[in-house]
Write a protein that binds this ligand. Sequence first.
Ligand code: PDD
Length: 285
Amino acid sequence: MQQTAYLNGQYLSIEEAVISTQDRGFLFGDGVYEVIPVFNKKLFEFNAHFTRLQNSLQAISVVNPLSKDEWQDILQNLIDQHPWDNQFLYLQVTRGVQMVRNHMPDECLVPTIYVYTNPLHSLDENTITNGIKVITLEDIRWLRCDIKAITLLPNVMLKLAAKQQGADDAILLSQDNKVLEGTASNVFMVKDNVIFTPPTSNNILPGITRLVVERIAQNNNIELKEIALNLADLEQADEIWLTSSTKNVLAVCQLNRKQVGTGNPGKLWQKINALFIETIKEIAL
Ligand code: PDD
């Protein structure tokens, strides 16, 4: 099927959407991105994603080239041009094209804006009902993981390392054994009916799914605490979950080859996952 992308003011077929080799995104990884889920053709948590985009751009000293309404129009336009009810939009803003390679950005560069959409398939039933296998790895990323930077080489290497060791994903630990996040997700754990997640910091991305889970817990009087966690806490956990815009809330059944809790997605996961799906359905009405 013909897929349409948005590139610098134009809607093009995805094959026609090409950028300059001198784009700083290509040469330096100098840019930021967002992944926004769409349910029943409606943007999920657009305001939160826009705010995070704004924060990422501000952190790298790029002025947002579009207003909030302009972004929303482009995103909705792309959604409407594709047949899938559920989608995930990828948007990327780089600092722009600079002909002479220099770490120092020229002034007055024009940011490159690229957006495209994909069908959002729910994970297979087996993965959802049985959970995934995760190992812990030392975080090898930088000290500004709160910026949603396009520079994802360490995340790719860590994901590959997890796979090479027979796991589905990795939970990243700081050098002093603090639990940070997944390679492309946030981490939650449950102990004695209380949900825990590490507080936001420069070492983790403030996930929008994480935010929604926190809101759901609060609205349903389920105790949730943001506190620093270490590997020993994870090893004692009754449940562990990963959250992201493309995975929703996913249970972890194995940590470092040892069963987590009963070895199956736990009671609080069942509850939060059901409430999460309800939330998605509400916005999709
Ligand atoms: N990544 N942490 C990292 C490092 C991530 O890359 C992501 C999401 C998250 C979860 O954020 P959110 O709930 O807003 O999706 C946490 C996206 C899905 C990606 O890179 O494809």
